[in-house]
Design a protein around this ligand. Structure first.
Ligand SMILES: [Zn+2]
Ligand SMILES: [Zn+2]
Length: 241
């Protein structure tokens, strides 16, 4: 299994990341990817960009160095399931949005508090995918949430970075992937890279998916055709501009 695009990456707009947008695009080009989504952190994170970063994203060329650039955001999930304080106007250019738990915006709490927050996110139309749900600090009722993703039109992310930095994530990611397989929930496999050299680093995640016999047709970013179909289904023609 391979991926054809990385849909979760950060630039120096979040200051704990170290590459420019152009460098990230070149990282994707070096991997032979057809597309990259730039998904900087929502403004509620301490070093996330001001919301104007998002409102101005439509000036980014659609294609740079032969790579299609998708304008994105990684929302911070707040207790109760609210997302970053950001205006609808600023979100207008956004084409792909993940929503994730981060300790700075949501102190790890109980399993039921995490589940309740994710349920609210499932019903938030601004969100495309649940970001790094394998994070062991934020245990939740996986079957309850995953089994509802299709009804709510949400993708589930298997996050390559989790395998490297989030302790206990491997077991959680495997459990989540098995549930996605059982409930036929489409997933995205992303690097969450914070530097250009790590764009597309998802080898461990792909190996795990192969080990459990995860169907490739459910991996939205496994081919340009599947990616195109996903966005077309949302009225976005990212490869046709
Ligand atoms: Zn994150
Ligand atoms: Zn991230």
């Amino acid at each position: 299994m391979q991926i054809a695009a990385d849909l979760h990456t950060h630039t120096i707009a979040s200051t704990h990341a170290y590459s420019t947008l152009y460098e990230m695009v070149c990282g994707a080009k070096n991997k032979g990817f057809t597309a990259i989504a730039i998904t900087d952190h929502g403004p509620d994170m301490h070093d996330g960009p001001h919301e104007w970063h998002f409102s101005n994203l439509d000036i980014v060329p659609r294609v740079i160095e032969g790579v299609t650039v998708i304008r994105g955001i990684e929302f911070n999930i707040r207790p109760g399931g609210a997302l970053d304080n950001i205006s609808e106007k600023s979100l207008r250019p956004i084409e792909f949005a993940l929503a994730s738990f981060h300790e700075c915006c949501f102190a790890p709490s109980t399993r039921s508090a995490h589940t309740e927050a994710l349920e609210a996110v499932l019903h938030d139309p601004r969100v495309n995918a649940l970001g790094h749900p394998g994070n062991a600090l934020f245990d939740f009722d996986k079957e309850y949430i995953i089994s509802r993703c299709n009804d709510c039109g949400k993708l589930v992310e298997i996050n390559g970075n989790s395998f490297a930095i989030r302790k206990g994530s491997r077991e959680n990611c495997t459990e989540i992937a098995l549930l996605c397989k059982r409930y036929e929930v489409p997933i995205v496999v992303n690097s969450d890279s914070h530097i250009a050299y790590r764009v597309g680093h998802v080898d461990q995640a792909l190996r795990m998916l192969e080990e459990i016999g995860f169907p490739e047709e459910l991996v939205v970013n496994s081919s340009r055709t599947r990616l195109e179909a996903y966005f077309r289904g949302r009225g976005l023609h990212i490869f046709e501009e």
